[in-house]
Design a binder for this molecule. Structure first.
Ligand code: CTP
Ligand code: MG
Length: 383
């Protein structure tokens, strides 16, 4: 069957408040309209499309074609009208008479998937119409004229989008009649229902993402830079006799231990500094001063809990953390798994987001000579 598309882009995009028709706005380097045309072109189902534009956007379209085109799918450019219904009609008139199916689509829905397009085409081929729809997530209330609120059963409700696909001659005829009768409709499905009694709703993978870009907030959300922060930490403790050796909360039996005011868990200290660094909150010396007797012999895993409280207070969670322990001896490999699990529990993430590694320095430097142990850490925080 010969399949055509009508892509309507002749609105003004007033609610988006971008100072231009929103479909010319670039999202991640490519315009909304360009993305929409790509989707219809690349799905390979269409013989061609009529693009509906307002006269005011003619120059913008020329510039867009030069920059992002060519768009071989676009076989005709039609002039838009005062209402969306007028614009659709204008697009329908621009299609060849032997067109059999027509998918009508808002240019303001650039994330339309192949599956969504196909589902509407398939339904229209079999039943004469196919309108993409999704289940409703919010409970919807109907407001009566007298101010009474009526609750609607959510399971019976569907939100409809575009593409809305029909037998070409049937939807064209419906539009002709609607014009003659000045029937006000908000979409083509409503018009089809009005003249033919019913319309087929379909759903498909990708329908949830097929949202219409309408408000300023819709565009802000697309352009928002993800709020991620990285921090780095470094710490050193001296190895002495008569102290326990605790690394990442694991008590390691060894002839020496790390000296310090707290339990001197050098790895956890580096990790805490990485977290505080990411938050821009200085370092652990600042937070837990070693002049404060409260921290004498303190369990560093408990201090980590306090740091994580700061992380959460600021609205972040841990993306991942990577810790390197530099020690000539003892051999740390047997403890790595337990270390990872301890840190993951402390950070409130699964173990696969935590990495702990140990290295020697080929007997070079203070770590190599067994005088001390150092640790480095990086941590990524996400809002
Ligand atoms: N549209 C059209 N002709 C009109 C009005 C709308 O072709 N007279 C198109 C828009 O370009 C858009 C789609 O219909 O792709 C859906 O309309 P909407 O989201 O309301 O877009 P705008 O009318 O441009 O936006 P606004 O209502 O905020 O001004
Ligand atoms: Mg509008």
């Amino acid at each position: 069957m010969s399949c055509w598309a009508v892509i309507v882009a002749a609105g003004r995009g007033e609610r988006a408040g971008l100072g231009q028709n929103k479909v010319f706005y670039k999202v991640d380097g490519r315009s909304v309209l360009g993305r929409c045309l790509d989707a219809f072109q690349n799905c390979g189902r269409f013989d061609g499309a009529a693009l509906v534009l307002s006269e005011a956007d003619e120059a913008a379209w020329q510039a867009l074609s030069a920059r992002e085109g060519p768009f071989p799918l676009v076989k005709a450019v039609a002039r838009g009208g005062a209402t969306r219904r007028d614009s659709v009609y204008s697009g329908l008139l621009a299609l060849p008479e032997d067109a059999e199916l027509v998918a009508i689509h808002d240019a303001a829905r650039p994330f339309v998937s192949d599956a969504v397009i196909d589902a509407t085409l398939e339904s229209a081929r079999r039943f004469g119409s196919g309108v993409i729809s999704t289940a409703v997530v919010d409970t919807i209330k109907q407001l009566g004229a007298d101010g009474r609120v009526m609750s609607l059963d959510r399971d019976t409700l569907r939100a409809v989008q575009t593409p809305q696909t029909f037998h070409y001659q049937k939807i064209l005829e419906a539009h002709r009649r609607a014009r003659a009768e000045e029937l006000a409709v908000t979409d083509d499905a409503m018009l089809f229902e009005h003249y033919y009694g019913n319309v087929r709703l379909v759903t498909a993978p990708g329908a949830e993402e097929n949202r219409k870009l309408t408000t300023k907030a819709d565009f802000d959300a697309l352009n928002a830079v993800p709020d991620v922060r990285v921090g780095q930490g470094y710490d050193v403790h001296r190895l002495v006799e008569g102290r326990r050796l605790i690394l990442c909360g694991v008590d390691i039996s060894w002839e020496k231990g790390l000296d310090g005011h707290s339990d001197a868990d050098v790895a956890v200290h580096a990790l805490m500094d990485a977290l505080l660094g990411a938050l821009g909150l200085g370092d652990i010396g600042h937070l837990f001063p070693d002049t404060d007797p409260a921290y004498e012999g303190a369990d560093s895993m408990k201090l980590l809990d306090a740091v994580m409280e700061r992380v959460r207070e600021k609205g972040y969670r841990v993306g991942n953390a990577d810790v390197t322990i530099v020690a000539q001896r003892p051999k740390l490999a047997p403890y790595i798994e337990q270390m990872k699990n301890n840190l993951a529990a402390g950070l409130g993430v699964s173990a696969e987001r935590v990495n702990v590694k140990a290295t020697t320095t080929e007997r070079l430097g203070f770590e190599g000579e067994g005088l001390g142990i150092s640790a480095q850490a990086v941590a990524l925080l996400m809002k």
